[in-house]
Write a protein that binds this ligand. Structure first.
Ligand SMILES: C[S@@+](CC[C@H](N)C(=O)[O-])C[C@H]1O[C@@H](n2cnc3c(N)ncnc32)[C@H](O)[C@@H]1O
Ligand code: SF4
Length: 379
């Protein structure tokens, strides 16, 4: 199926480092306890996976996430970076490294800088001791001095903030937002707590806060951050001008990226794939769990669902170039515009901001449509 030129470039690589020193009560990510003797075998496998699948494309963004990449020793990090060094990069690469606050020190920051990292993503989550205890995260760290130290080396810093945690109230969140604003970093990612099965929180029978409070918290975050010039550019992400995450925009723009490492996912050559979540299998060289070549309809579905995560929505021209029809002409878009749930300008289609919080309902309407028929109707 002809889909246009923008579809074909691999832009990004995500690299997963699954090791963590402690396991947080809410965490359903692919992670294992840090074990020194596993690290080298893991890095061997990572190196082999990259050698097997990487086709030499020039990358715009690299993201090392986890797990906790920052818990590796300096020696192991040097090995990791020498593996990643084989990837070809554009000159103004965005290169992100995830850190947990307790791991931040001058030696680590110097090393990251020397290998070309230019963006840090720091899992702060909350500043409230009671909340951090519930999350089973360290609550004895002086975040202000850690962020000051980071700023000596990096200007592009993201902080992750979680909310809607059992026993959290609006005042606690309000304090957290005030504190994060004082830290004055250019990017903030927010996460409403999800209590997944197979987590300590689930087993301890913690319950989600009620929907109304969750909504009030979401509103508070948007209102306060906007007042401090954070641009709300994606459902849960905020940035100062020019500091939007290029890496995450690759995902939301439905563009190609590699996922390397245990539990990683990728999208290459019209195919979405998931790697095994088993570290044993990964180390034995079985990387892929499953891959699924997308039909035209599935590709367009993803373009809508991911694209509408961006507050500015879908760029009409790009969409038309890539998928062969003008999205404003199709029935479901027309209907949602009539219902005032979508807004159209000359350039963009986006979700009306009053519906962002409940946007899942709108996104579901884009599932199961025969876009091939829509495309033919609109030729
Ligand atoms: C990929 S995770 C891991 C990053 C890093 N290991 C850490 O703990 O900070 C990135 C972010 O997802 C968020 N997150 C993880 N599990 C979550 C959950 N169950 N509900 C909501 N947010 C979650 C946290 O804010 C976390 O910082
Ligand atoms: S939230 Fe982060 S640090 Fe905590 S267990 Fe999960 S991956 Fe590890």
């Amino acid at each position: 199926m002809q889909m246009g030129h923008l579809e074909n470039k691999v832009k990004s690589a995500y690299i997963h480092i699954p090791f963590c020193n402690t396991i947080c009560s809410y965490c359903d990510f692919c992670k294992v306890y840090y074990k020194t003797n596993l690290i080298d075998s893991y890095l061997d496998s990572l190196s082999m996976e990259i050698a097997e699948y990487y086709k030499g494309e020039l990358l715009d963004t690299i993201y090392i996430g986890g797990g906790t990449p920052s818990c590796l020793s300096i020696d192991k990090l040097k090995r990791l970076f020498s593996i990643i060094d084989k990837l070809k990069k554009i000159d103004n690469l965005e290169f992100t490294f995830e850190c947990n606050p307790e791991d931040i020190n001058e030696e680590l920051l110097k090393l990251l800088k020397s290998w070309g990292v230019n963006r840090l993503s720091i899992g702060v989550e909350s500043f409230n001791k009671k909340i951090l205890k519930i999350l089973n995260r360290r609550y004895d760290i002086d975040i202000f001095s850690k962020i000051d130290m980071c700023k000596k080396y990096f200007d592009n810093i993201n902080i992750d903030l979680m909310y809607a945690i059992p026993s959290e109230n609006i005042d606690i969140l309000n304090n957290d937002i005030d504190t994060i604003i004082k830290l004055d970093v250019p990017h903030i990612s927010t996460y409403s707590l999800i209590i997944d099965k197979n987590t300590v929180m689930y087993n301890k029978k913690y319950k989600n806060i009620d929907d109304e409070l969750d909504y009030d918290m979401y509103k508070l975050i948007i209102d306060k951050l906007s007042r401090y010039n954070y641009h709300h550019y994606e459902v849960s992400n905020f940035s100062k001008n020019g500091y939007e995450s290029k890496h995450n925009l690759t995902y939301w723009n439905n563009e190609y990226y590699y996922g390397f490492g245990v539990g990683a996912s990728g999208y290459i050559d019209k195919t979405r794939y998931d790697n095994t979540k088993s570290i044993t299998k990964y180390i034995s060289g079985c990387y892929r769990l499953e891959s699924n070549k997308l039909s035209y309809n599935e590709t367009v579905e993803n373009a809508f669902i991911l694209g509408f995560r961006k507050i500015d929505g879908i760029n009409i021209k790009d969409f038309e170039n890539r998928y062969g029809f003008n999205p404003r002409n199709i029935d479901i878009v027309k209907k949602l515009v009539r219902e005032n749930k979508l807004e159209i300008s000359e350039y963009n289609i986006k979700i009306n901001k009053n519906y962002i919080y409940t946007s899942n309902d709108i996104l579901c309407e884009f599932l199961g449509i025969d876009y091939q028929i829509e495309k033919n109707k609109n030729k």
